[in-house]
Design a protein around this ligand. Structure first.
Ligand SMILES: NC(=O)c1ccc[n+]([C@@H]2O[C@H](COP(=O)([O-])OP(=O)(O)OC[C@H]3O[C@@H](n4cnc5c(N)ncnc54)[C@H](O)[C@@H]3O)[C@@H](O)[C@H]2O)c1
Length: 463
């Protein structure tokens, strides 16, 4: 389903290193790609062995909560799950079995966790977006450090309240901005920090979501209605605003945005299509989003978010007959943007643009960083770094580094390790995703949304 990098770079109009087209080469400005050149090594402290594992209570043992639970089974000396709050019985029972939990540490609702005196080092919040704020406030009050899924909360005021409370109480809060731990993004940060491309003048960044991924998560799935979750710019792309802010390393001063919902609307509904795909849709043979095809016949997407104890094809089909995942993607109640652009200005005059795009046949972030002494083109696998004075380009491929890249490019597990190091030391100064850091990118996200809803009006960010 993916297209090649060369095609992709062609689509986004990139010209870098060996991906140069014939006509661009004829401009004669670039020397041969230099494979033996090393890029600067990221400057991250190595994790040290812990005297005892950091314990956690997982609130929301779904996709993310379950993943953090899985890491406990992989790193028992580092990370241990000692409690769970989860209303869906098969998930709760799965957690009990996996972590050998005692009855008094198992809850149906996260609120019940905090009726007990503190019984773990940390709380992991893997709850739906709309519950983050209440759960996180309760957990901080109860004395826990937090591993908190993004987006932090449903509006900027809540984000700020949480950051303020964490600071006042001296709690460690790691926000799950996993890209900050993924070797590819870390290497790009090291290139920028080294100064080899000079001062950053501008960043162009894009998140191509893939049309099928978007239809699953943001038309049928948990993030399709803003009121119940967050705007798609936050739900999907707060990582990207965070990365842009991290690379810029200075405050964003102005922001504006345009965007909306264009593809997944009633205007594009096939003639005669019923509300549920399985109710005899006349477009069943041609519609790529037909639920039976996506989830059962061709298994084009995971069924994890479809809640049923019967995980067989028959059980899933039964859910598709009535539930959200079986509904026509053109007549759902989705209201979040399927395309959005954000324009940013940073202190000192550097600029950035960001595109969130559902209508793509490929995923993976695309980034170009333009500096005073060089530039970088990246596609989440390869970085092409070009140095103006040397007329030389350096290619770096994350897949050739021999690192574990599973789970968000290798970010998921490294986040847990980093969090455990900070909690164990009682010091978050080396933590890459402190809530105080995420405050800025969440402010950017919510200000961009304000701008979009005001027809693109520029929002001035004061800090
Ligand atoms: N860091 C990332 O890259 C990343 C990726 C995907 C999702 N997320 C975020 O992680 C969070 C969870 O997403 P997910 O995909 O795991 O969703 P999910 O639906 O799989 O999991 C959420 C779980 O919370 C449970 N829950 C609901 N109400 C509860 C309550 N009152 N008490 C206890 N548990 C309750 C649900 O039953 C469910 O099992 C969301 O905020 C999402 O935006 C982050």
């Amino acid at each position: 389903m993916d297209i090649s990098r060369r095609d992709t770079l062609g689509i986004i109009g990139a010209t870098a290193g060996v991906a140069l087209t014939g006509s661009a080469l004829s401009m004669g400005s670039r020397a041969q790609n230099s494979d033996n050149q090393q890029l600067p090594k990221p400057n991250r402290p190595e994790p040290v062995p812990l005297s005892k594992p950091v314990t956690t209570i997982v609130c929301g043992y779904g996709g993310r909560g379950g993943l953090y639970g899985y890491y406990a089974t992989q790193m028992p000396d580092t990370w241990q799950v000692v409690g769970v709050a989860e209303p869906i019985s098969y998930r709760r029972l799965g957690a009990i079995d996996r972590h050998k939990l005692s009855d008094e540490n198992v809850f149906l609702h996260f609120k019940d966790v905090f009726k007990r005196p503190k019984f773990a080092d940390t709380v992991t919040i893997g709850l739906p977006d709309r519950l983050h704020y209440e759960a996180a406030m309760m957990a901080l009050d109860a004395g826990y450090d937090l591993l908190l899924e993004k987006p932090i909360a449903q509006n900027y005021q809540q984000v700020k309240d949480l950051a303020d409370k964490a600071k006042r109480l001296g709690r460690i809060v790691a926000v799950c901005h996993v890209l900050r731990y993924a070797p590819y993004f870390v290497q790009l940060k090291a290139v920028i920090e080294s100064g080899m491309i000079g001062e950053v003048v501008s960043i162009q960044h894009m998140e191509p979501i893939h049309h099928l991924h978007f239809s699953h998560s943001y038309v049928r799935g948990p993030w399709h209605v803003e009121r119940d979750s967050t705007p798609s710019l936050l739900a999907k792309s707060c990582h990207d605003l965070d990365i842009i802010h991290w690379y810029m390393n200075r405050p964003c001063t102005k922001i504006s945005s345009h965007g909306g919902l264009k593809k997944f609307t009633k205007a594009n509904k096939p003639e005669g299509a019923p509300r549920q795909c399985l109710d005899g849709c006349p477009a069943a043979d041609t519609c790529i989003y037909h639920a039976g095809k996506v989830y059962v016949e061709k298994k084009m997407w995971s069924t994890h978010h479809i809640v049923t104890t019967d995980r067989s094809d028959e059980g899933i089909l039964l859910q598709l007959r009535q539930g959200d995942y079986g509904r026509c993607v053109y007549q759902h109640n989705n209201d979040v943007c399927d395309h959005q652009i954000v324009m940013m200005e940073f202190e000192g005059g550097a600029t950035a643009t960001f595109n969130m795009e559902a209508c793509t046949s490929y995923g993976g972030r695309r980034t170009r960083v333009m500096g005073t002494k060089g530039d970088v083109v990246g596609d989440e696998n390869i970085l092409d770094v070009y140095l103006f004075d040397k007329q030389q380009s350096i290619r770096w491929d994350v897949n050739a580094q021999g690192q574990d890249l599973s789970g968000h490019g290798g970010g998921d597990q490294r986040l847990v390790v980093d969090f455990c190091q900070a909690v164990s030391k009682g010091d978050d100064s080396d933590l890459a995703t402190r809530i105080s850091e995420s405050l800025a990118s969440h402010e950017m996200g919510y200000a961009a949304e304000d701008s979009r809803k005001r027809g693109g009006q520029v929002q001035v960010l004061r800090r």
